[in-house]
Design a binder for this molecule. Structure first.
Ligand SMILES: Cc1cc2nc3c(=O)[nH]c(=O)nc-3n(C[C@H](O)[C@H](O)[C@H](O)COP(=O)(O)O)c2cc1C
Length: 349
């Protein structure tokens, strides 16, 4: 039966992972996805260990099932000199009557010993990592806590590397994906989901989870036929009432803006896919003066506050126009019902 390997591995009723989306998803979406039989995810890049404790308790109080706790694994370098970046933003600062913030909000944080202690305490079913993996001692502590380990690959080489580190499943993230591309071995080498999934499925023995550009049942069925054991859906869940996106982001997903997404480094310093806005159109989506990840976000704080539509990131994948504003549990159930019908009695990985 389709998706059986992933369901056996995780205990999920359907081979769908609700993608963790830092800043855009939280408890409500994870609960709804779990109620629909999928793996529910909590992203941790923008929360503290104490907030994670509270969020996991809220999910556990509402529903059982496989819960995935997700971390970024970047290294934070010393605070960069932002003079050139502030100069690039000067005309926007002048127009909006603001400047760089006195005290920027917290940066996206990597997995660390404090978060690891929470994982050991809460023992989630799954822990997934974006931008590579944590240092081996931390990784071994997560493994010893009994969690299944998922790593994100954007190339076959990254998938082989992750398999060598003992991942239980590998997310094959194609370049259609919304949000940050999770490259980590040798820079950004975008490969589409259609090409990436079968190559990674051939290269590794563990289950492959296809991600990127999958927003309806046709995409799910296609990914499973390409060799994936499951899919990870981000953009498909953004229009649901349980996501945390702003009204502006929601309106753009439903409008013509959703038809054009591109990689940009303006909002965080690392390439992520989102819909166009004024900042991207006027500076160009990739600017050499943008400070390294995750520092670039700080200088935009005040601009975002006074004119969100022009200066905020509106992450979305290339299949965004296929999304539907439907409650997340119903969406999950419908997508798998329709994908199952398309797959019939086909046996997949
Ligand atoms: C708004 C948004 C935020 C995201 N944040 C995260 C994150 O915090 N951690 C992560 O591992 N992936 C994150 N991703 C990437 C997803 O895990 C996944 O690769 C992607 O959504 C799949 O492509 P799709 O958006 O076309 O479904 C994010 C994606 C989006 C759209």
């Amino acid at each position: 039966m389709a998706g059986e390997r992933f369901r056996d591995l995780t205990g999920a009723a359907v081979p769908i992972v609700q993608a963790p989306m830092a800043g855009s998803s939280g408890v409500a979406l994870a609960v709804a996805a779990l109620q629909g039989g999928a793996v529910g995810s909590l992203p941790c890049a923008l929360i503290t260990p104490e907030q994670l404790r509270v969020q996991v308790a809220e999910v556990r109080g509402a529903v059982s099932g496989p819960l995935n706790i997700n971390f970024f694994c970047h290294e934070i370098g010393p605070a960069p000199d932002e003079t050139a970046w502030h100069q690039a933003l000067a005309r926007f600062y002048a127009e909006e009557g603001v400047g760089p913030p006195d005290s920027p909000p917290p940066l996206r944080a990597p997995f660390d010993a404090a978060m690891c202690a929470v994982i050991e305490e809460l023992r989630p079913e799954i822990v997934s990592f974006h931008f590579g993996l944590p240092a081996r001692p931390l990784l071994e502590r997560v493994r010893a806590a009994g969690a299944l380990l998922f790593g994100n690959a954007t190339t076959v080489a990254e998938a082989r590397w992750l398999a060598g580190q003992g991942m239980d499943a590998i997310i094959a993230q194609g370049s259609e994906a919304g949000g940050h591309a999770g490259y980590f071995l040798s820079g950004h080498h975008p490969v589409g989901t259609m090409a990436l999934v079968p190559q990674i499925a051939d290269a590794v023995d563990v289950p492959v989870i296809a991600a990127g550009g999958i927003c309806d049942a046709r995409g799910i069925a296609a990914a499973l036929i390409l060799g994936a054991s499951a899919v990870q859906l981000g953009t498909a869940y953004l229009p649901t009432p349980e996501s945390l996106i702003s009204a502006t982001h929601r309106a753009r997903l439903a409008g013509p803006e959703a038809e054009e997404t591109t990689f940009t480094n303006l909002f965080t310093g690392r390439l992520a896919r989102g819909m166009h806005n004024r900042l991207m159109n006027e500076l160009g989506p990739v600017h050499p003066a943008a400070p390294p990840f995750p520092y670039a976000s700080g200088a935009l704080t005040e601009l975002r506050r006074v004119a969100e539509a022009d200066y905020a990131s509106f992450w979305a994948g290339q299949a965004a126009p296929l999304g539907r504003a439907e409650p997340a549990r119903a969406l999950t159930e419908r997508l798998w019902r329709e994908a199952s019908n398309l797959l019939g009695d086909r046996i997949t990985a």
